[in-house]
Design a binder for this molecule. Structure first.
Ligand code: FES
Length: 147
């Protein structure tokens, strides 16, 4: 058991080192390792999925209460950039109105992550687009219900 804990710690520190030397800031690495907003989300009002041009896929769950994002979570089949971006974005939009959440830009996520490799910027795009899709589909559903 202790041996397991030790080998996990060694593994985590080697992942940290690899990500750090690839250009990920500590904030981004922490999001990737702790995955604080990993789905599924119990009681989500809407779930949607999007695949990026790289082939990676995200699933975004939103719980909406009185027009605000009460909670958001993601499941990610993708790279560390995708995981960290999705986890950070869920933190950013929690508590926002739907229209405020739609205004969140890639650079806001980047700021929260502090640094990720240049070639991973599109991973942030995928997280933002998946959330946009979830919100727009949710809004459409509400409009359809009201009609
Ligand atoms: Fe596909 Fe990062 S490489 S989302």
């Amino acid at each position: 058991m202790e041996q397991d804990t030790l080998s996990n710690l060694t593994e985590i520190s080697s992942i940290r080192e690899m990500l750090s030397s690839s250009g990920y800031a500590e904030e981004a690495i922490n999001y990737f390792l702790t995955k604080p907003n990993l789905g599924p989300l119990q009681g989500a009002n809407h779930v949607t999925e999007l695949t990026g041009p790289c082939g990676d896929t995200m699933k975004c769950f939103i719980k909406v209460d009185k027009g605000r994002i009460a909670d958001a979570k993601y499941q990610v089949l993708g790279c560390p950039g995708a995981v960290s971006a999705a986890m950070a974005l869920a933190d950013i939009v929690r508590g926002m109105t739907l229209s405020e959440a739609l205004e969140v830009k890639d650079r806001d996520v980047f700021r929260r992550l502090v640094q990720i490799p240049d070639q991973k910027q599109h991973c942030i795009r995928l997280a933002v687009k998946t959330l946009e899709k979830a919100i727009k589909e949710y809004e459409q559903e509400q409009t359809d219900k009201a009609a």
